[in-house]
Design a protein around this ligand. Structure first.
Ligand SMILES: Nc1ncnc2c1ncn2[C@@H]1O[C@H](COP(=O)(O)OP(=O)(O)OP(=O)(O)O)[C@@H](O)[C@H]1O
Ligand SMILES: [Mg+2]
Length: 649
């Protein structure tokens, strides 16, 4: 059952090679077509028995909010299908709705986008489960400090089941890299805003590698060839096209593409031409030329057919399509001609056949690596990324050390007088509040990078959310220990706070909890607001309110009772951080109450009267509460992400 290269378009036989026969006009398709249809039906029902996916969509409308209460239509009643073993190309001018169509089919439209119409998988209305399809999106989200080889090896370890040997996984990854021509870039880092790495086209190919590695049954690709030269495009597309029959399993491939060369065009079985969200043509790629010719727009000699189609249907620039006809008019002619054409009837017939044959088979979910393997691989990968990314924890550590030297010298040997009560309180509160802000500002951009990779991999079903949470909680721990221990000890001893090993360890532990809390807060906020700018602003706002209600800037008894005291003071992370640090600092400390010395103020008095600390529990309970809050935030992230996924399916 080899479908490849059978339906190639010939714009001009002399110019584009003449290995294929010229397209057969629809009216001439009689006995030959009948036999082909019977054969097609047989394939459809046989294919049911295998793991295949038939995708159909009818009257697909997509609208987005526009202006006050208005909505703008992006896709206008599209109907089409994608079959196993075939490559469907979606083409159209920029902004014609290609990405939106792919997103709609893959169930990935944004929450403000409304969609109507029927999308069926194997004849049934069902959403694509996580992991049943692969999607190479238009932008490449990968970890910048890993090399191309590492990116793919880790991906192979995550995506392939444990039953597959390590050597086999590596071999598959190497073969995929070779297939996409990346063998020479295997040791080059992906690169990002902090360091230059792979070129744009190489990144694109690496993104494709990650998704085609496991040969998913249904594969969406959004502009897989953007940034590639024509030869690279051809090889990449040949690799993708060859997937449709790999291992004897038929795969359904839908790809959007801007301007394929004539060789690449020949790889397409079906073509969906869009202009401003409307179907200009849907049918065999080889018949498109006939369709354009019959409507008065024949492809000129020595012309790439796709260039010709895109020039005619580009409404944005409204130039002359032909003598006396603008592209706007030409597109309108083609759109209305398609609506009443035999091609459209063929599409309806195919959809009806696919629906009749429904057997309820849904694409099988990928069999992943076991949960423990996922955790370990993600932990290794994330640790490597963190270690190499000097703009993340290493930079934060440097800044923390600089701030602690400043703090230590400003509060140098703070003294044991009454006046030192205020100074000691300010110092510990500064550490718990300002250092958390620095963590947020320095940590958000790298965190966003990791979250983007998580979102892409999660949508493609590479691993579970729990594995991500566990690994990303554990991987930064060594750095957070350094960030809390070194600056903690330096500040502590330089400023001459209540000396004692236990006090120093507690001080660093609270700093550790504060940094871990910021990371947890970033996780929760970014799961609600994925936009990085919104995320950092909202996180900063939440943190500000927590610090404000923590009981230092405004003492607990002075906080307005409704809302600020109950419940904000009690849910504030910083309440427990401040109180723990105050207890740590003042319990057992002897401070002189008079200028002349000799009289002392009791630690209990300082804590209850000056700082209004609750003395019912020890500082270790405060620390335990801080840890509990951190765990609850991580669980919140897990719950929000899971429920968002549930709502989508
Ligand atoms: N969320 C949105 N809000 C408003 N307009 C949107 C939204 N998403 C898409 N659009 C609009 O819908 C149209 C189609 O966008 P889409 O990204 O699908 O185009 P495309 O064909 O993939 O273009 P390109 O080839 O440049 O990637 C564009 O005009 C775009 O501005
Ligand atoms: Mg696009």
């Amino acid at each position: 059952m080899n479908f490849v290269l059978h339906e190639a378009v010939q714009c001009n036989a002399t110019n584009y090679g003449s290995t294929n026969s010229s397209p057969t006009p629809l009216i001439m398709q009689s006995k030959q077509e009948f036999v082909a249809n019977v054969e097609e039906e047989r394939k459809i029902s046989n294919a049911r028995k295998e793991e295949v996916m038939f995708l159909t969509w009818e009257d697909l409308e997509v609208t987005v909010p526009s202006g006050r209460k208005g909505r703008k239509s992006i896709l206008k009643g599209l109907t089409g299908y994608a079959k196993p073993g075939q490559l469907l190309a979606v083409m159209g001018p920029s902004g014609s709705g290609k990405s939106t169509l792919l997103d709609a089919l893959a169930g990935r439209l944004g929450s403000n986008i409304k969609q109507t119409g029927k999308i069926l998988i194997n004849g049934l209305k069902q959403e694509l489960a996580y992991g049943t399809s692969g999607y190479v999106t238009q932008d490449d989200a990968m970890l910048s400090c890993l090399t191309a080889g590492e990116t793919l090896y880790y991906s192979a370890e995550l995506q392939f089941p444990n039953s597959m040997s390590k050597a086999e996984k590596k071999e598959r990854a190497d073969a995929t890299l070779r297939e996409m021509g990346l063998q020479d870039a295997i040791n080059t880092r992906v690169g990002g805003w902090s360091c230059k790495g792979l070129s744009g086209g190489q990144k694109r190919r690496l993104s494709i590698c990650v998704e085609i590695l496991t040969h998913p049954t249904l594969l969406f690709l959004d502009e897989p060839t953007s940034g590639l030269d024509s030869a690279a495009s051809y090889y990449v597309m040949t690799g993708i096209a060859s997937l449709n029959l790999k291992d004897g399993i038929q795969r359904t491939i839908v790809t959007s593409i801007h301007q394929p060369s004539s060789e690449v065009f020949q790889l397409f079985h079906h073509l969906c031409l869009l202009s401003s969200g409307e179907t200009v043509y849907f049918g065999p790629a080889s018949d498109a030329n006939q369709f354009f010719s019959s409507n008065g727009f024949p492809c000129p000699p020595l012309y790439n057919p796709s260039d010709h189609y895109l020039r005619i249907i580009n409404r944005d620039f409204n130039q002359d399509a032909d003598e006396g006809i603008t592209t706007e008019e030409a597109t309108n002619i083609l759109v209305s001609s398609y609506k009443s054409s035999e091609y459209r009837n063929q599409v309806q017939n195919q959809i009806a056949k696919i629906s009749e044959n429904d057997s309820g088979v849904v694409g099988r979910k990928k069999i992943h690596a076991a949960f423990l393997t996922q955790c370990l691989v993600l932990l290794k990968r994330s640790s490597k990324q963190i270690y190499r990314d000097i703009t993340h924890y290493w930079l934060l550590l440097t800044v923390f050390i600089a701030v602690s030297v400043s703090l230590g010298s400003i509060f140098y040997h703070v003294g044991a007088s009454m006046r030192s009560i205020q100074a000691r309180g300010s110092l510990v509160s500064f550490v718990a509040s300002v250092l958390t802000f620095i963590t947020l500002l320095g940590g958000f951009p790298p965190f966003v990078e990791q979250m983007k990779v998580f979102q892409r991999e999660r949508l493609n079903g590479h691993y579970g959310v729990a594995a991500f949470v566990i690994s990303h909680t554990l991987s930064p721990i060594p750095y957070i220990v350094l960030m809390s221990l070194i600056p903690g000890v330096m500040t502590y001893y330089l400023s001459g706070l209540h000396t004692g090993l236990e006090q120093c360890i507690y001080f660093s532990s609270v700093l550790f909890a504060c940094i871990l809390w910021v990371e947890s807060l970033m996780m929760v906020v970014s799961s609600i607001f994925p936009n990085p700018n919104t995320g950092i602003t909202v996180s900063g706002g939440v943190m500000g309110v927590m610090i404000l209600t923590g009981g230092f800037f405004r003492l607990p008894n002075d906080l307005p009772k409704p809302f600020w005291k109950y419940p904000m003071y009690y849910v504030s992370f910083h309440k427990y951080a401040f109180q723990g640090l105050f207890k740590n600092e003042f319990i057992g400390l002897k401070l002189e109450s008079g200028e002349d010395g000799g009289t002392y103020i009791s630690d209990k008095e300082i804590l209850t009267k000056v700082w209004q600390v609750e003395m019912g529990h020890s500082k270790w309970v405060d620390l335990a509460i801080l840890m509990g809050i951190i765990v609850s935030y991580r669980l919140m992230f897990l719950a929000i992400t899971k429920s968002k996924e549930k709502m989508k399916t």
